[in-house]
Write a protein that binds this ligand. Structure first.
Ligand code: FES
Length: 103
């Protein structure tokens, strides 16, 4: 069944930036963008790079290794060399806590 898990405090994520966290053995990238929190898998679908080491701009995360970009809301791969979307997770803010839905 679905599980909401506390992953971090809201103020641990800088505005319009990304951090990496480990949740139940998964590497997750957590974004704060325009006041909202989004989450994707942290490992790029193209290679061994962490999206949390990349650059967030206009709602897209740019991978640090080959500059592929994903939409942080849909996980959609937006350009070459990406061929696979990245998994997204539903998030919720409860007071000062960020929760993630792990299916
Ligand atoms: Fe991310 Fe190549 S590893 S674009």
């Amino acid at each position: 069944s679905d599980n909401w898990i506390k992953v971090t405090a809201l103020d641990e994520i800088p505005d319009d930036d990304v951090i990496g966290v480990s949740v139940e053995g998964r590497q997750i990238a957590l974004y704060k963008y325009e006041g909202e929190v989004f989450a994707t898998d942290n490992v790029c679908t193209h290679g061994q790079a962490l999206l949390s080491d990349g650059f967030l701009e206009d709602g897209e995360i740019e991978c640090p290794l080959h500059q592929g970009r994903f939409c942080i809301k849909s996980g959609k791969a937006m350009c070459d060399p990406l061929t696979e979307d990245v998994r997204t997770y539903d998030t919720r803010v409860d007071g000062e806590e960020v929760l993630l839905l792990i299916g």
